[in-house]
Design a protein around this ligand. Structure first.
Ligand code: BDR
Ligand code: CA
Length: 317
């Protein structure tokens, strides 16, 4: 039986690849896609989710818009590495349909009560705002989740938005603390592993050579990221580049863990997110006094992970 999952996302280039990978994986039954503000404003992440599912021929999967801003603070504007539209300029047509007409948190609560307890899992690819909101406003429903696999954090690694913090956690640190401190099993997929699943231009060329329409789109998304990365580095360093640009498979790692956890090693850690507005705001730190432990992925077999992504994406039409 495929596992029933809801994908909570803010597409986003790597979110798009994660959606492709999930749709290519018979181990998963995608019950719905909830959207959150993160890489871009909510209206854009929702429109992108609709376009991506349409492109995949999966218009039957409901798309439900969630929170427009972080739990207790203002959002910040980040349209950069994902391009203005969040899909690196990929010209994907919009479907006729609209998002489901209720708020994602309400829809999640309803869905959780409809299904048997602990049978539904959440794959969280963006800031944890929707999940924290569900926990705070509908704990009765949140308790019914089987677990959450969430991309976020940098445990023994430098951050990617600041020296200390990773984007998804830094965007809504209070939400992350709510989720990490609660009673649902959480598996965190931090930069410590996602930075080890790196697609090179050569890998991307193989994807294009072996695959069909979806692989072609995925190839374009990766290429857009690599171009932005090169431009960013050039602007920063103002000098010619020597480092080969690579695409970190942040969000696809969440899906990989859902379909083949043997790719990863995990540690049980008590994590706390810094929310004090200092330069370390948004950092995920190990707190040996915190009571609640979560599962944190700390190692990955990068080659095997990339091979599985390639196999799955090239099997799509
Ligand atoms: C995370 O931040 C976003 O930009 C990506 O989509 C991913 O979810 C990586 O830090
Ligand atoms: Ca994301």
């Amino acid at each position: 039986m495929p596992a029933a999952v809801i994908i909570d996302t803010d597409p986003g280039l790597d979110d798009a690849l994660a959606l492709f990978l999930a749709c290519a994986s018979p181990e998963l039954d995608i019950v719905g896609v909830t959207t959150v503000a993160g890489n871009l404003a909510l209206s854009r992440t929702t429109a992108n989710a609709l376009k991506l599912l349409h492109h995949l021929g999966r218009d039957e999967v409901p798309v439900i818009a969630g929170c427009e801003r972080p739990l207790r603070r203002e959002g910040f504007d980040v349209a950069d590495i994902h391009g203005e539209d969040g899909l690196g300029g990929a010209l994907l047509p919009s479907p006729d349909r609209q998002p489901h007409p209720v708020h994602a948190v309400r829809w999640l609560a309803h869905e959780l009560h409809q299904r048997s307890v602990h049978s539904l899992h959440l794959l969280a690819l963006g800031p944890l705002t929707n999940v924290a909101h569900l926990i705070e406003s509908r704990p009765d429903a949140a308790k019914r989740l089987g677990g959450i696999i969430a991309m976020g954090g940098a445990v023994r690694e430098a951050g990617n938005v600041t020296k200390f913090a990773e984007f998804n956690i830094a965007t809504d640190p209070e939400a992350a603390n709510v989720v990490f401190g609660w009673q649902i099993p959480v598996t965190l997929v931090p930069l410590d592993v996602t930075r080890k699943v790196l697609a090179s231009r050569e890998w991307n060329a193989t994807l294009l050579g072996r695959g069909g329409k979806i692989a072609r789109t995925a190839n374009g998304l990766i290429e857009a990221y690599l171009r932005n990365l090169v431009a960013r580095r050039a602007a920063k360093e103002g000098s010619p580049q020597t480092l080969e640009p690579k695409f970190p498979m942040h969000d696809p790692c969440v899906v990989l863990h859902a379909i083949d956890p043997s790719l990863f090693r995990a540690e049980s850690l008590a994590l706390r997110v810094i929310t004090d507005g200092s330069e370390r705001d948004g950092a995920t730190v190990i707190d040996r006094y915190a009571e609640n432990r979560i599962e944190v992925l700390t190692q990955v077999d990068g080659d095997r992970a990339l091979a599985l992504i390639l196999e799955r994406l090239t099997a799509l039409p």
